[in-house]
Design a protein around this ligand. Structure first.
Ligand code: NAP
Length: 301
């Protein structure tokens, strides 16, 4: 990414929900020399962090919002399916001179397509209750009158949270289901795609809803096999989903009930974003090398 003067220079970012994606985004934005304050549900030693917790009603001090121009909301809907940010901070946000709010949503809103491709122009058709609630959150954001842009994401992985770590931590279930396809995205591409869109805001047509997914939806077993190969280990014999499902939590089961390929054509063809990790092979190699570098595979390999 070119580090030239652009439409995000001198902007102040608030990252609501500094979890996996939020912290990657904050770190990257700071490397570009920009200010990024981040929220979490409990106190942290980081001077750039503040507490926002809709569960116990802790709201950020008003001073936090001073001069904020950009917000990235990475907080999922609460247990009632409502958006914590809109629920509690909507009036505060409306009082600011915001230029942009990014909302991380999910491709779960598309429901099951029997393995077919889905794009932003397809009508969402949520299958799960939580996806219906997510779609309602998206609608509320659109109707809020705030300058929101929604990013629909498939399974997010990256250094520290991938199948490589799942194998190492023995949290892997080697399950297979005929013709079942999943889409995924490396966390670095979420961050970089968003920064690319912001930096080129003036020259690109605005789209309110954008999928961020890699080029190669594929079966989970293909990904698991690749990670075992990277680690130089023999993959255990896969268990068929029908047999494995009795031991899966309802939420884990629900992921296997939806089968779709998420299209990134709007982002990568129409808008011209170039993926850093085009497919799971490139992305997982990055996770594997990162683990090696950080000595996380010591005593394992
Ligand atoms: N993970 C995936 O594969 C995936 C796929 C598609 C879409 N998504 C969606 O994309 C977004 C980002 O995902 P992620 O995996 O990066 O998220 P994550 O690591 O789980 O982080 C979520 C963040 O939200 C904060 N949070 C949660 N509930 C909150 C509440 N009630 N009030 C205030 N803060 C709250 C958490 O606070 P703490 O830091 O204190 O925990 C955390 O910082 C989420 O909306 C997620 O549902 C995720």
């Amino acid at each position: 990414m070119k580090n030239t003067a652009s439409s995000i220079d001198n902007k102040k970012f608030l990252i609501l929900g500094c979890g996996f994606s939020g912290s990657f985004f904050a770190k990257t934005i700071r490397k570009l020399g920009l200010t990024a304050l981040t929220s979490s549900r409990s106190e942290s030693k980081d001077p750039n962090s503040f507490v926002f917790n809709s569960e116990n009603g802790i709201v950020p001090n008003k001073k936090i919002f001073d001069g904020v121009t950009h917000i990235l909301n990475c907080i999922p809907p609460d247990t009632n399916g409502e958006d914590p940010v809109l629920n509690i901070l909507k009036n505060e946000l409306k009082s600011l001179s915001l230029e942009w709010i990014g909302y991380l949503s999910t491709t779960g809103v598309y429901g099951d397509t029997n393995g077919d491709w889905v794009s932003e122009s397809d009508q969402p058709n949520p299958l799960q209750r939580r996806s219906l609630k997510r779609l309602n959150c998206e609608k509320e954001w659109v109707e809020s009158g705030l300058p929101v842009q929604i990013f629909r994401l498939p399974g997010i992985y990256g250094p520290g949270r991938s199948t490589v770590e799942a194998i190492k931590n023995q949290k892997i279930r080697v399950i297979t289901k005929k013709n079942q396809i999943f889409s995924r995205i490396h966390v670095a591409d979420i961050t970089n795609a968003i920064i690319y869109l912001l930096k080129n805001k003036d020259s690109l047509k605005f789209h309110q809803i954008i999928n961020i997914a890699d080029d190669k939806p594929c079966s989970q077993i293909e990904v698991i096999q690749y990670c075992y190969d990277l680690l130089g280990l023999k993959m255990p014999k896969p268990i068929f989903f029908e047999e494995a499902k009795k031991d899966l939590s309802p939420i884990a089961q629900s992921f296997w009930m939806e089968n779709r390929r998420v299209s990134n054509k709007l982002l990568c063809e129409t808008l011209g974003y170039k993926l850093i990790y085009k497919n799971y092979r490139e992305g997982l190699k990055n996770c594997f090398l990162n683990s090696l570098k950080k000595n996380k595979l010591k005593n394992f390999l």
